[in-house]
Design a protein around this ligand. Structure first.
Ligand code: F6R
Length: 235
C-alpha cells in the first residue's frame, strides 16, 4: 500500500506534494503533521502561495531541539514560521516545547495532544540512515514521543549554525515511530543520490529497526515522492 511517484526534481516534487495536501484537505483533513529540513521546503512554498485555507486546521510538528527557544533561528519553531506559518497561519500549531526541561511532562503532553487531534496526513523526510523524525536506527517501532540524545555526527553537523559549541543542542523531543504510524495517511518525500540506499531499504528491504522508515511498509496509506536520483537504487 505504498504508492511511489517519481518526479523530475525538487520543484516538481513540491507540486506533487502540494497535490497530496490539497486532496487530503478536499477529503476533510483537519490535522496536518509537518516536518522540517530541506526536503519539505518546495511543498511549503506551494502551500504558502496557494489559496488553501488553514485557518481552521491544526498542525502538529514531528520534533524540536531541546534547549532552543521558539525564536532561535535554528529551532524548528522558527523554521515553520519562516517557511509556512507566517504565510498560512493555522488555528493551532503545535511543535514540541524545547524549553520545557521536564522531558516526561513534555512528551506525555505531546502524546495526549496527538491522541486528541489524530493526524490525518503526516509529512516525512528521510534520513540517509533511514531515520524518520529523530528516530535513529534501533529505535523501538512502538515508541511514542520521547527525548532523543543526538548522535555525535549530528551534533558536529549542526555546530556550524551556532556561535559556540555549548549552544549546539544535545537532545531533541521527537514523535516516536509508533506515533508517526498512527497518522491516517503518510506522505514520505526524498530527493538526491545520498538518499538512494535508504529509499531502497525503506521500500524493498526487510521491516527492521535498523531502518526506521521500513516500518512505513506496515502502514495502509503511504504516498512516496522521489526524484530520479533518490529512486535510482530501486529494483
Ligand atoms: C525533520 C526531521 C528529519 C528530516 C530528515 C531529512 O523534522 O524529522 O527526520 O526529515 O533528517 O532531512 P532533509 O530533508 O534536510 O534531508
Amino acid at each position: 500500500n505504498m504508492h511511489v511517484q517519481v518526479v523530475q526534481n525538487q520543484t516538481a516534487g513540491g507540486l506533487a506534494g502540494f497535490k497530496v495536501f490539497e486532496n487530503a484537505l478536499d477529503n476533510g483533513a483537519q490535522v496536518l503533521g509537518l516536518a522540517t529540513g530541506s526536503t519539505p521546503v518546495t511543498i511549503y512554498d506551494e502551500l504558502a502561495a496557494s489559496d488553501l485555507d488553514f485557518s481552521r486546521l491544526t498542525s502538529i510538528n514531528l520534533d524540536e531541539y531541546v534547549g532552543l527557544t521558539a525564536d532561535h533561528p535554528q529551532s524548528y519553531h522558527y523554521f515553520m514560521q519562516q517557511h509556512l506559518f507566517n504565510a498560512k497561519p493555522f488555528a493551532h500549531s503545535f511543535v514540541p516545547d524545547g524549553m520545557n526541561p521536564d522531558a516526561d511532562e513534555e512528551t506525555q503532553l505531546y502524546d495526549a495532544l496527538i491522541k486528541a487531534n489524530p493526524i490525518d496526513l503526516q509529512l516525512l523526510g528521510l534520513g540517509q540512515n533511514g531515520h524518520i523524525g529523530f528516530n535513529e536506527p534501533g529505535t523501538d517501532p512502538t515508541s511514542t514521543t520521547h527525548k532523543v540524545a543526538l548522535t555525535e555526527s549530528t551534533i558536529e553537523a549542526n555546530a556550524r549554525f551556532f556561535d559556540n559549541a555549548d549552544e549546539v543542542p544535545r537532545y531533541a523531543y521527537s514523535m516516536g515511530i509508533g506515533s508517526i504510524l498512527k497518522a491516517k495517511q503518510i506522505l514520505m518525500v526524498a530527493y538526491g543520490a545520498a538518499k538512494a540506499d535508504a529509499v531502497a531499504a525503506m521500500l524493498q528491504g526487510p521491516v527492521t529497526p535498523d531502518v526506521p522508515a521500513s516500518y512505513l511498509q506496515t502502514h495502509p496509506n503511504v504516498t512516496v515522492i522521489l526524484d530520479q536520483a533518490a529512486a535510482s537504487k530501486l529494483n
